[in-house]
Write a protein that binds this ligand. Structure first.
Ligand SMILES: [Zn+2]
Length: 446
């Protein structure tokens, strides 16, 4: 079977590249390539954010000279934008004005990556400093709301996107949280709201920058896509002279994402598939692998991602980044939201940004090697197991029932593992990826 072959090839590559390395976490949700078959166009649209083509894009560990570089200091696009942005002057000429809530009208500011921060003394010797972004200055110990506008509409029609900022009273890293890059993925919006409004600026070390709804037009229309039907999460880091999606991506990346040391981009599965709360992380990247250790109780599934994804572009820019997948689109799911908030809280604790009072049970993340089990027949899928269930090799996970002939086709687990993602009961065609079975893998560094 082709995907078996791919998986084995990938594993072999990984293991051989990893002698003495941090981990040997093999290929995760291998395959999913079938979903781009022409007969399954609809299914491809329903696929998870990061499912398609992941394995083809998985590569063994990059050598150090290929590692992502620090952001280039002065991007030409900053000047280009300055020329067209008339409102940025105000922000730029009053850098020390304290930020207040009513500054939410501020429009996009051209970002010159802050080089000064990179040459400052180590974290423990630093004082907390003001955060300058989006034409505003946020002093230490302050929580506020800014706004980002990608400058794609006429000035009078521009729709500012809220950006929540908490600048801690103490120095520390900058953590960015992005939600609803796909406008119909709602759980992340609430995860970010709860996380950010629980923070106490006086007690925070570092900054948390949250954009609960990145794709505001999509959100308002209940759509995954941008107004031009493009998927924003295929266009990062974007460009100033490309499509609408390229320009929005570029603006977000330069105005906000460049400020991040760490990024958690929160997504969901599709409406018809649901996931255990889980991270997608490039475990080939030692910094990312180490980063995942902060996320308590999350399932972590290896996925290199592919060009155009926000987390991929962020990693290329030297930012530690993962995707968090929490539940289904178009729904608000309390269990998934709680898991996301708890996990982000543990991350901030482990990064030294906050101190948690209590830690219950076994908080470590769990690493999975994974594989999708597909329907071999078309019909109606009825599941016998529930999300999160532990299953044994050969166990029946569900049936595909043929409504005309009354044939019942069982779908069986091909290995022992845990159901980390699955399709809800629905009409399926042969080849439909129905169950995502995870097998526990080694924890990096152990
Ligand atoms: Zn998504």
């Amino acid at each position: 079977m082709p995907y078996r072959w791919l998986t084995h090839l990938f594993r072999a590559g990984l293991i051989s590249t990893f002698c003495g390395g941090l981990l040997a976490l093999p290929a995760a949700h291998a395959e999913q390539t079938g979903e781009s078959d022409t007969q399954e166009v609809l299914v491809a649209e329903l696929a998870e954010d990061e499912s398609v083509e992941d394995v083809e894009h998985s590569e063994p560990l990059r050598t150090s000279d290929q590692k992502a570089e620090e952001p280039a200091p002065a991007e030409p696009l900053a000047e280009e934008k300055a020329a067209t942005d008339t409102t940025q002057e105000a922000g730029a000429t009053e850098p020390h004005e304290p930020v207040t809530e009513d500054q939410s009208e501020t429009t996009t500011e051209p970002e010159v990556p802050e080089q000064s921060e990179q040459t400052e003394p180590p974290e423990d010797q630093k004082e907390a400093s003001s955060l300058e972004m989006l034409g505003a200055t946020v002093p230490p110990g302050k929580a506020t709301r800014l706004s980002w506008s990608p400058a794609i509409q006429g000035a009078g029609l521009s729709q500012p996107t809220p950006v929540l900022v908490v600048n801690g009273a103490k120095p520390g890293p900058n953590l960015c949280l992005t939600g609803a890059v796909h406008g119909d993925e709602l759980n992340g919006i609430e995860i970010i709201r709860r996380t950010m409004y629980d923070l106490e600026p006086d007690k925070l070390s570092g900054r948390v920058i949250g954009i609960p709804i990145v794709n505001l037009p999509g959100f308002q229309q209940g759509s995954r896509y941008l107004p031009d039907r493009r998927d924003l999460n295929r266009h990062f880091p974007g460009s100033t002279d490309g499509s609408l999606a390229d320009r929005i991506a570029q603006s977000l990346f330069q105005s906000v994402i460049r400020h991040c040391d760490m990024l958690v981009d929160i997504h969901t599965g599709s409406l018809k598939r649901t996931n255990l709360p889980q991270l997608r992380a490039d475990m080939n990247n030692p910094e990312v692998a180490e980063f995942t250790r902060g996320f308590d109780r999350m399932a972590v599934v290896h996925s290199s991602g592919s060009a155009g994804m926000l987390r991929y572009a962020a990693i290329e820019a030297g930012i530690r980044a993962v995707t968090m997948e929490a539940g289904e689109s178009l729904r608000i799911q309390e269990h998934q939201i709680k898991a996301g908030v708890n996990s982000l809280t543990s991350l901030m604790d482990k990064e030294g940004m906050i101190s948690r009072m209590f830690v219950w049970g076994d908080p470590e993340p769990v690493y999975y090697d994974s594989e999708w089990v597909r329907a071999e027949h078309g019909g109606i899928l009825f599941s016998e197991i529930k999300l999160g269930a532990k299953v044994g090799e050969g166990e029946i996970l569900g049936y595909v029932s043929d409504p005309i002939t009354n044939e019942q086709h069982p779908i069986r687990a091909r290995s022992d593992g845990r159901i980390i993602g699955m399709a809800v009961d629905q009409v399926v065609m042969a080849g439909f990826a129905a169950y995502h079975v995870g097998t526990e893998a080694e924890v990096p560094g152990e």
